[in-house]
Design a protein around this ligand. Structure first.
Ligand code: MLT
Length: 401
């Protein structure tokens, strides 16, 4: 009989959002009369931008013509999309070579798969609370994980630790943060880059929510910070930026100057390893989708997606206003689509989840699902429909606490 990867038995029974979906489905089956409002998983509700649709329609037609039909594409993405992403970075003052950009089916896959190119002896550091994929994928490979407290004392923006006995080899950072909605400023991110360079650590930087940053003083890419190309990989996604949660496209930047050691102590270029991994295990994103993705970066696409982002940020303002009206402590919602609130009356996260579901049929995400420091907190997303968001907040304000 074959053997399993025992590390899987160390995981919690199910992925956070699957557990929530199960609870919600049970509630809906028991209470078909209740009008449920979903503010749990960060799934978008605005349709794809017209420029994206037009580009995909054209690409569909190309696939139907012998002269323009495409079979297997380059696993790391077509050059037209590399160039589009490259110009996007140029607007942030970041210059990249096209072969430093890898097109993927989203940040979740790449954040999880990147663990393939690192040895299992690496010590991993993750802030707590954190997007569960960072922790789960490292548990799957049996790596040692150390947690960095992210809490109200540091405004949910932990800085490099000064008191650790072990040095983390790999550090996960997410800004704007999922779940807390907090955003590192330039000085804080510079401190992280300095720490990584001083300790030869690698930062895995999840920038999936960068497009929600409207404060021009805040960095949207870690590569805006000097030295980051020697210590960081950045993951980004069109899921939230352009409504691609169902369409699937993202990109990962692995600078060619980034190196790590092999077991003989030689420095190895990670860009090459990632290319090797992707060309072996990934078939690439479909041509039609990549054409749609490239349209996101055109002037027309950018102006259309900015309308959607504005729409979601207005939802965030509505949610934040309801929190203020109820005197609830909250974080985020300003340069981020997530509102991270302290559960009233010291309720525990999952109790508050049940309470909101049963009392007002509103679904959120329990903070405890993101780590120990998330206990007593709760996440609401701004990705809903406007009227549903307004109604949810009216129901919320009617609660007695
Ligand atoms: C979330 O709700 O945290 C995200 O939608 C999950 C994801 O992007 O995979």
């Amino acid at each position: 009989m074959a053997f399993i990867n025992d590390n899987y038995l160390e995981l919690q029974d199910s992925y956070l959002f699957s557990t929530i979906a199960k609870k919600v489905n049970e509630f809906v089956a028991e209470h078909p009369e209740k009008k449920l409002i979903r503010m749990g998983i960060g799934d978008v509700t605005r349709p794809l931008a017209p420029a994206v649709l037009a580009a995909m329609h054209t690409a569909v037609d190309e696939m139907g013509q012998k002269e323009t039909f495409k079979g297997y594409g380059p696993e790391q993405g077509y050059d037209f999309l590399h160039q589009a992403v490259q110009s996007y970075y140029e607007q942030m003052g970041v210059s990249l070579e096209t072969d430093e950009i890898f097109i993927s089916d989203g940040a979740k896959s790449d954040v999880g798969n990147i663990t393939d190119i690192f040895g299992n002896e690496n010590i991993i550091m993750v802030p707590d609370p954190v997007y569960p994929v960072y922790v789960d994928t490292n548990i799957m490979s049996g790596r040692e994980i150390i947690y960095l407290d992210s809490n109200a004392n540091n405004d949910f923006l932990p800085l490099p630790p000064t008191d650790l006995e072990v040095i983390p080899d790999i550090i996960y950072l997410c800004s704007p943060n999922n779940p807390t909605g907090s955003v590192y400023n330039r000085e804080q991110l510079t401190a992280w880059v300095k720490y990584a360079l001083d300790h030869n650590s690698i930062i895995l930087y999840d920038a999936a929510y960068e497009c929600f940053i409207h404060d021009a003083s805040l960095p949207r890419s870690i590569f805006e910070i000097e030295g980051a190309k020697e210590c960081a990989i950045e993951f980004c996604s069109l899921s939230k930026t352009a409504g691609f949660t169902g369409t699937r496209c993202g990109y990962t930047v692995v600078p060619k100057s980034l190196k790590a050691l092999n077991s003989d102590g030689d420095e190895i270029v990670l860009n090459k390893l990632w290319l090797r991994r992707q060309t072996t295990k990934f078939n690439g994103v479909p041509y039609i989708i990549q054409r749609g993705a490239a349209a996101v970066f055109t002037a027309e696409g950018q102006s259309q997606i900015k309308e959607n982002i504005k729409y979601y940020m207005e939802n965030a303002r509505i949610i934040a206003a309801a929190m203020k009206a109820k005197g609830i402590e909250y974080y985020g919602g300003d340069n981020s689509p997530y509102i991270w609130l302290k559960c009233p009356n010291n309720m525990k996260s999952w109790d508050f989840f049940d309470y909101l579901l049963n009392e007002i049929a509103v679904v959120g995400t329990p903070g405890a699902g993101f780590g120990n420091n998330g206990e007593g907190f709760f996440r609401l997303t701004a990705f809903g429909d406007r009227n549903a968001t307004i109604e949810a907040m009216e129901r919320f304000k009617s609660l007695n606490f």
